[in-house]
Design a protein around this ligand. Structure first.
Ligand SMILES: O=P(O)(O)OC[C@H]1O[C@](O)(CO)[C@@H](O)[C@@H]1O
Length: 482
């Protein structure tokens, strides 16, 4: 899906003054403020909304990886993400970037700690190598990433054990953390005097007068610095031990846990574009068009945007300064200024995602009905990318009827392989082993009938098609589908 193939990975990647640098992208968080396009499994970093120069669109994670690649850092990049997002992550960035899977969402400090134990005990990164932790939901120009290559030198020269990136504030925001530098006569870094988190507007103005910078959420330090911090907190230093304990570890933020307590930190000023793309208000500036998907906005609806994933048009007449975002998960109509308030009410919205990107393609839930006798039906539209397959699997609580609506593929039912194409109707009884692989882009409607229809009711027997084929008694001979 995404042609990002990074150059050959080496254990010793970028060196500056002989010290190597590793990049850790933290991609946790579900981005509730971008509901309904983001949900439990499709976090904001996977929304393919950002317009590229060639007119195509990319997601935040794709943009950051492309920019890291252009400054030669992708080959030393590791991604930390929650286990539920591994499949979608691979769809966006491919298979060549190592992904460290978080068993639970535990905040930026605990996620960074997991990454450090991985680098330290799994791939034996040296204790004085520098690790730079970056959030994925930032919008910057490529020159921002060029600074990262200077981090090892700057950390050595300054003898600091923690470096942060700070950007010149655009206005007295009460939404960001401020870094107050002790001004020296250098232009490349300053020691940090103090931090002020989300000040009110008056205080923000004063801070800006005192040369304070917005905290970009980028932290760099030698591995040994974090290892000693972990030791002092009695956190495990080995990756496997960390995984075993993860469920019981506290949810901690890196800012509070490390940055605000450390006495030898520096800030590296960055004067270019930096934007936190966490809300509709911020994101719409980078969409390129005022309407994405089906819909129209009248000329008098100034500064209004529509992002519509539904197959129905959204028309807006004479309503300025709003965002309309529509997906299978729901519809948001909000003033630009207050669209972030969705975060407070989102908990009342049903959790099951109605749209998911999987390693093989996507599915959308079209209908879910529950009858009085506890029988449920759930209808999905499933789209498989050519050459991809769903697992060879069975369900304990549902039978399925599939109608192939487009394309062709191979289908295995109870260890029997057949060829399927548009118009075929496939009956999959309760408990029957089944799987499908797309030859050309394959689309089908799946009707599930059973009790407790949840995505988790899947016993997977084989993940790859080669493994699935081995189940076939007829040695893989194709028969015409039913
Ligand atoms: O195990 P995989 O490959 O993720 O496939 C899951 C998909 O297979 C099905 O169970 C089809 O039987 C879908 O309902 C589901 O989305």
């Amino acid at each position: 899906m995404f042609p990002l193939v990074c150059k050959k990975r080496t254990t010793l990647t970028i060196t500056s003054g002989g010290i190597a640098l590793k990049i850790t992208l933290l991609s946790g968080g579900s981005g509730k403020r971008l509901w309904p396009l983001s949900n439990e499994v499709r976090s904001k970093i996977f929304l393919k909304l950002l317009r590229k120069e060639d007119g195509s669109r990319e997601s935040m994670i794709q943009r950051v990886c492309r920019q890291l690649d252009s400054v030669g850092l992708l080959q030393s990049t590791y991604i930390v993400t929650h286990k539920s997002q591994i499949e979608i992550m691979k769809n966006h960035v491919g298979d060549s970037i190592p992904i460290i899977s978080e068993p639970y969402k535990k905040g930026t400090f605990t996620a960074a700690a997991l990454a450090i134990t991985y680098l330290h005990s799994k791939i034996h990164v040296k204790a004085d190598e520098i690790v730079c932790v970056i959030p994925v939901d930032l919008f910057v120009k490529t020159d921002f990433f060029e600074i990262l290559n200077k981090l090892p030198d700057i950390l050595i020269q300054s003898q600091a054990d923690l470096a942060l990136l700070g950007t010149t504030p655009m206005y007295p925001s009460n939404q960001f953390g401020y870094i107050v530098p002790k001004m020296n006569n250098r232009i490349d870094y300053h020691p940090i005097a103090t931090f002020v988190e989300k000040p009110d507007e008056r205080k923000a103005r004063r801070l800006i007068k005192n040369n304070a910078l917005w905290n970009c959420g980028v932290f760099a330090f030698p591995i040994k610095f974090m290892l000693s911090h972990l030791k002092s907190k009695s956190f495990p230093l080995l990756y496997e031990d960390m995984l075993n304990l993860y469920e019981h570890l506290p949810e901690l933020g890196f800012d509070y846990e490390v940055v605000e307590k450390n006495r030898h930190s520096i800030v590296i000023p960055y004067n270019g574009t930096w934007k936190d793309l966490g809300s509709w208000d911020a994101l719409v500036d980078y969409l390129g068009n005022s309407v994405i998907g089906l819909g129209q906005i009248s000329d008098d609806s100034i500064n209004t945007h529509v992002v519509n994933e539904l197959p129905y048009p959204v028309n807006v007449i004479d309503v300025p300064n709003i965002i309309v975002a529509a997906s299978l998960d729901g519809i948001l109509v909000a003033s630009k200024k207050n669209s972030s308030r969705i975060k407070q009410i989102i908990n009342n919205v049903p959790k099951r995602p109605l749209y998911e990107e999987k390693r093989w393609g996507t599915y959308s839930v079209l209908d879910h009905s529950k009858m009085e006798n506890k029988i449920e039906t759930l209808t999905k539209k499933i789209k498989l990318l050519p050459g991809k397959n769903i697992s060879y699997q069975l369900h304990h609580k549902r039978k399925e009827i599939w109608v192939i609506t487009s394309g062709s593929g191979e289908f295995i039912l109870e260890d029997k392989l057949s060829y399927v194409t548009i118009g075929d109707v496939l009956q999959i009884p309760l408990g029957a082993k089944h799987g499908v692989k797309a030859i050309t882009p394959l689309e089908f409607i799946e009707v599930q009938i059973g009790t407790e229809l949840v995505e988790e009711d899947i016993t997977r027997l084989a993940m790859t098609w080669e493994e699935a084929i081995r189940y076939c008694k007829n040695g893989g001979n194709c028969e015409q589908g039913s």
